[in-house]
Every structure is written in structure tokens, then in C-alpha cells.
Design a protein around this ligand. Structure first.
Ligand SMILES: [Zn+2]
Length: 270
């Protein structure tokens, strides 16, 4: 079993079990959900936006297509990856049907989505005026939906915590005429004010969750589905998420260096 260490690494768990003759689909992949250099299987990345592939690496096979019409033969895929994608898909039901169609009988599905009723996603939708999120998910409803449309069963799941990292990118947004009005104003704020707001939200939500047993620091969930899962297991969450690169780390205390980018963060136990 591959060690799952970071939020950004959780999707490698099943990917690294695939061999050279296996096939994985990276759906609504944008610039790529994972590094194909780290996996042995063949990878097909599918996105409906041709611009999504501008920054993609050169190894994978890239296909521009809509998720409700996957240009893939039935029963030929070993693993489908939907990493922070399904909240963007308007034609969700036919897209889920397509996932069930293309998977082999032994096929698996990894999905990560935001909690559509949580603080993190709510703030994102407010600041980015929707930000392309057209679906709001609740955990249990989402699991039932995936199981019903794909024929898979939930095997494991994990809470994903937030660093409110989308705030950090606001000062670097281009001054484009089609940028949302709120972001036009926010991007003019001093950079240190945006970073301070991120740090306050990060610490404040974790203090609140520890005190009131709320879930304000949670971004969403990762789910692992397969055909013949027994009772679903919960992976322990990484409550600490690097402010700078978004990598998740286990509960800890004090100031620690991020194991991915090396920047120093204040870590928490909740
Ligand atoms: Zn980092």
C-alpha cells in the first residue's frame, strides 16, 4: 500500500497500484490532476476547454470532449480520477453515467469535491461570483448519487481541510476586463492584507472547530469508490494545509516546515 501523506497525494493511492497495461482517465483535468511522470499506467486527460491543456505536460494523451459524451469504449478504464471537477459539471447525471460505462468491472473511481454548504466553498463562490461551481454537494447525498449512477460502492473517504488558498492568488490575478467586479476591487488591496485575511481565516476556523466541534475549516472530501466495497473506512484527515502550496499534513503543533515547499507554517491539532 502506498503511503498517503498529503492532500495533494491522496489521489495517487490507487494510481500507483496501476501497471503499464492499465488505463486511467483524468476527467475535467484542467492542467492535470497529477504528474503522469510518477505513474506507470497510460493516462488520458479529458477536458471540454481546449485552453485547459496549455499548461499540461507532454506525456499524457489529451482529448477535448464533454464529460457527458466520453470518447472512450465501454468497460476499458481501470481508474477514473475526478479531482475538484464535478462541482463544475452542468450535465452531471449523464457525466456520471458515462463514468460507470467506461469503467471495467474491476474499475475504480477517485473523486474530490468541496462541501457545497461549507464556509470555504461559500466564501469562494461569493468572492469569485460563482467561480464556475454549478453543483453544491452534501456528503451523504453525493455518495448515494455516485453509487446510484455508476454502480460503484464507497470504499474509503477522507475529510479535506482548507487553507483558503484561493485568497492568496487574488493579488496576482490579471487586470482583465472580464474579471469579476469583486475581484477587480480585491486585487487592488495590499498583498499583505490578503495574506493576513487568509491567516486569520485559517487559524480562526481551526480554533472554532476545536472549541465548538464545528466543521468550518473543512474544504470537502476525497472519496474512493469500487465495485465490491464492504463497509466504507474513513482515512484520518490532514487538518494542517500549507498556506503557500496547499499540501496537507497530519495534526501537529508549533511552527513546522511544509514537507513539500519548505515554507514555515503554524500547525494545529483539532
Ligand atoms: Zn507548502
Amino acid at each position: 500500500m502506498v503511503s498517503v501523506r498529503y492532500n495533494g497525494r491522496t489521489l495517487y493511492d490507487w494510481l500507483l497500484q496501476l501497471g503499464a497495461s492499465d488505463r486511467a482517465l483524468d476527467l475535467a483535468s484542467a492542467g492535470g490532476s497529477f504528474s503522469v511522470a510518477e505513474v506507470a499506467c497510460s493516462v488520458i486527460a479529458i477536458d471540454e476547454d481546449p485552453g485547459a491543456f496549455l499548461a499540461a505536460d507532454a506525456v499524457r494523451r489529451r482529448v477535448v470532449a464533454r464529460l457527458e459524451h466520453l470518447p472512450v469504449a465501454s468497460g476499458t478504464i481501470d481508474l477514473v480520477v475526478c479531482n475538484h471537477a464535478l462541482e463544475h459539471i452542468a450535465e452531471l447525471m449523464p457525466a456520471l453515467d458515462e463514468i460507470g460505462r467506461v469503467l471495467k468491472s474491476s474499475g475504480r473511481l477517485y473523486v474530490a469535491v468541496p462541501d457545497g454548504h461549507g464556509l470555504c466553498d461559500g466564501l469562494y463562490r461569493c468572492l469569485f461570483e460563482g467561480g464556475g461551481h454549478v453543483n453544491r454537494f452534501r456528503r451523504d447525498e453525493f455518495v448515494r448519487l455516485i453509487e446510484a449512477r455508476t454502480g460503484l460502492r464507497l470504499a474509503r473517504w477522507q475529510k479535506l481541510y482548507s487553507s483558503f488558498g484561493y485568497l492568496r492568488g487574488i493579488p496576482d490575478l490579471p487586470d482583465a476586463p472580464d474579471l469579476q467586479a469583486r475581484l477587480q476591487r480585491l486585487r487592488r488591496l495590499p498583498r499583505r492584507a490578503i495574506y493576513a485575511a487568509q491567516a486569520v481565516l485559517y487559524a480562526g476556523t481551526r480554533v472554532l472547530d476545536g472549541w465548538l466541534k464545528t466543521s468550518s475549516a473543512i474544504y470537502g472530501w476525497a472519496f474512493w469508490f469500487e465495485r465490491s466495497a464492504a463497509a466504507a473506512l474513513e482515512n484520518p484527515p490532514y487538518v494542517n494545509v500549507c498556506l503557500y502550496c496547499g499540501a496537507g499534513h497530519p495534526p501537529d503543533s508549533g511552527t513546522r516546515r511544509c514537507e513539500v515547499c519548505g515554507r514555515r507554517n503554524r500547525w494545529w491539532r483539532i
